[in-house]
Design a protein around this ligand. Structure first.
Ligand code: ADP
Ligand code: MG
Length: 226
């Protein structure tokens, strides 16, 4: 299955995001409140409660960190940067996590690629999201192919290919919808944010996936932005 993600209302509906954030944050807040009341009432197993409270707080923190990417001002910080350098940086960042899950990154980068105008931290965020999803799709480990090539000197094409579980049609149809996740500890924000960032860079994102075989995410970015 293949689906070109377009500028679609599902990705930019502020109300939907607000409702999602409120909902996602209310759950851990409600449980925090409950634990504080237990502790106030002199509950015995304090250590266990503290543990849970910390993990609920981390969850709120993660959701807010991911949302902040969306709130950042656009365009001001655009600079010409090397995609190769950005990807090496991201891969280094994810290396220890990859080792733990027996994942190897196989990089294939065309030489002498032009720089692209971008907000470096945002592009890093995008590739972190995509590569994390790829790793999470391969709990048994394996390799992830990361390729960068030039498309007629006008675009850079970056692909992240995993050999994981693949994305079933019903999930594919909802990719990019805020807070849609199939993971127990997922936020369902990674894809939406990545999509938004690539759109801000006047690029495109494509998903090709086969259940049981794996997924290829292709990101195309324009070399010049005028
Ligand atoms: P999260 O990773 O927090 O669940 P994302 O927005 O990053 O949120 O992804 C949404 C959903 O899309 C995931 O829960 C997963 O079901 C699916 N998905 C995304 N990337 C992949 C992939 N490479 N392989 C399989 N499923 C994927
Ligand atoms: Mg994700």
């Amino acid at each position: 299955t293949e689906e070109l993600l377009r500028k679609s209302e599902k990705l930019s509906v502020v109300g939907q995001i607000a409702a999602g954030v409120a909902h996602e944050i209310r759950n851990p807040l409600t449980s925090l409140k409950g634990f504080i009341q237990f502790l106030q009432a002199g509950a015995p197993n304090k250590e266990e409660y503290f543990q849970i409270m910390l993990s609920e707080l981390s969850r709120i923190e993660l959701i807010i960190t991911e949302m902040l990417v969306l709130a950042k001002p656009q365009m001001q910080n655009f600079q010409p940067k090397s995609v190769e350098a950005i990807l090496h940086n991201v891969v280094t960042l994810l290396e220890s996590q990859a080792n733990l899950s027996d994942v190897q990154f196989v990089m294939s980068i065309e030489p002498d690629l032009p720089n692209i105008w971008c907000e470096e931290n945002q592009l890093k965020q995008t590739f972190i999201n995509l590569i994390k999803n790829a790793m999470e799709a391969m709990p048994e480990g394996g390799h992830i192919d990361i390729k960068v090539s030039s498309d007629r000197g006008e675009w850079l094409k970056i692909t992240v290919k995993d050999h994981g579980c693949g994305i079933p049609q019903e999930v594919l149809a909802r990719l990019g919808e805020p807070f849609y996740t199939t993971k127990e500890k997922g936020t369902g924000l990674g894809f939406m944010i990545s999509y938004k960032i690539i759109e801000d860079h006047r690029g495109h994102m494509m998903v090709e996936s086969k259940v049981g075989e794996g997924t290829v995410i292709s990101v195309s970015l324009p070399v010049t932005m005028d």
